[in-house]
Design a protein around this ligand. Structure first.
Ligand SMILES: *Cc1c(COP(=O)(O)O)cnc(C)c1O
Length: 381
């Protein structure tokens, strides 16, 4: 299968890679009794939802638009959550929600009666004030956090209004011991409340798809948690479902030299891989001209900075030690382009929007969606 005929830039979603991750999620659920809901804020490319939904129990959301998409396009349960619902959207949210989780006492008080009148189970987000996150910007337990309630006395006062709670305090946590210790802490703080509840969602951010992650130990820990407290456990994996399952394929449009070799590709990190810019990370180069790429850290290698084509001076995908200098026309593919990429893409500089391409189980490529001037224009007015 040759990919060279497709017009760049494009995101290429790899269905077999998706299935590998999702099989691990499914196995974790089978072993532990937990239910897994895809976090749509990480990945909402609905063209592959029919592939994903058989492995999962549904979706969770962070807005009206996401909960609606989950209901329309994904089988199973649809959980609604938002940092703050507006008065004018709550009725529509409740049309799509199978459960609704409020972020605060105020939101709970304002909207719980409406939900319960429709028979929709209501939950509250709790904040244990501890977390496993190495980035302050992504740390739900950061000082003065608005993400969930923490005051145990006040929580006790509303526990009869809710049937479950959600706690999300991990971010790409690949340590089982750290997760388990955090769960110990959660049980010490809130454990006495769980007996009065039917379900506890432990959020996302657990990197259990890493090859050396002790999946069985995690399953055992979750099962023990569920049995001790008599609750249904939910997990809300985003990144774990899609990790490594897409690449962003670009073409080198120009090369320059300014102290180092420079290459400019027909994409932009700010517009098409914004998360990497926010977290100041390098985009992994996985292929050059469709060959798996060896990045060589030797003296003879050519150090090349790959830039995006927006006019932002620091629109940099990364600096790489390449076996050969890049040439105009070379195709450069950046890996791990599924999570927090397509959901954040934007029209900065009017840079051509990458199309969305799906590689199926047989390796066949389908161009699922292309974007053009009309989409750019329609995004503004
Ligand atoms: C972001 C988020 C998730 C998904 O996190 P991942 O790190 O992508 O697994 C799940 N639940 C909540 C409440 C979130 O905010």
């Amino acid at each position: 299968m040759t990919t060279v005929s497709l017009t760049t830039p494009y995101y290429e979603i790899d269905v077999p890679a998706l299935r590998r991750n999702l099989s691990i999620v499914q196995r974790l659920c089978e072993l532990s009794g937990a239910k897994a809901l895809l976090a749509l804020k990480c990945f909402a490319t609905w063209g592959v939802f029919d592939v994903m939904s058989p492995y999962l129990h549904g979706t969770t959301s962070s807005s009206l638009n996401e909960v609606r998409l989950g209901k329309e396009a994904f089988a199973g349960e649809t959980h609604a959550y938002s940092v703050a619902y507006a008065e004018n959207e709550i009725d529509e949210v409740l049309e799509y929600a199978d459960k609704i989780i409020f972020n605060s006492f105020n939101q709970l008080a304002a909207f719980k009666d409406k939900a319960q009148a429709q028979g929709i189970p209501v939950g509250l987000r709790l904040n244990p004030q501890t977390s496993n996150s190495s980035f302050i910007i992504a740390d739900p337990a950061r000082p003065f956090s608005r993400l969930g309630e923490h005051d145990i006395n006040k929580i006790e006062g509303v526990v009869s209004d809710i049937s479950g709670v959600m706690i999300h305090n991990n971010c790409e946590n690949d340590s089982f011991d750290a997760f388990s210790a955090s769960l110990d802490d959660i049980e010490a703080k809130f454990g006495h409340l769980f007996k009065q509840l039917d379900w506890v969602s432990l959020g996302g951010g657990i990197h259990f798809i890493a090859p050396d992650y002790p999946l069985e130990k995690l399953a055992e820990r979750l099962k023990q948690f569920s049995e001790t407290h008599g609750v249904q456990v939910y997990l809300e994996p985003g990144e774990a479902c899609i990790h490594g399952a897409a690449k962003l394929v670009t073409t080198v449009l120009d090369t320059l030299h300014n102290g180092k070799a420079l290459a400019v590709v027909d994409s932009s990190i700010e517009a098409h891989m914004l998360d990497l810019l926010i977290y100041r990370e390098t985009a992994p180069v996985v292929e050059i001209n469709a060959e798996a790429c060896q990045l060589i850290a030797t003296e003879s290698a050519t150090s090349t900075i790959i830039y995006g084509k927006s006019c932002l001076a620091g629109d940099i995908f990364g600096e790489y030690q390449l076996a050969q200098p890049l040439q105009i026309g070379d195709r450069v593919a950046f890996g791990n382009a599924a999570g927090y990429t397509m959901v954040k893409k934007n029209w900065f500089n009017g840079v051509a929007m990458p199309s969305i391409v799906i590689r199926d189980d047989e390796g066949k490529l389908t161009v699922q969606k292309t974007f053009g001037y009309e989409d750019f224009k329609a995004s503004l007015s």
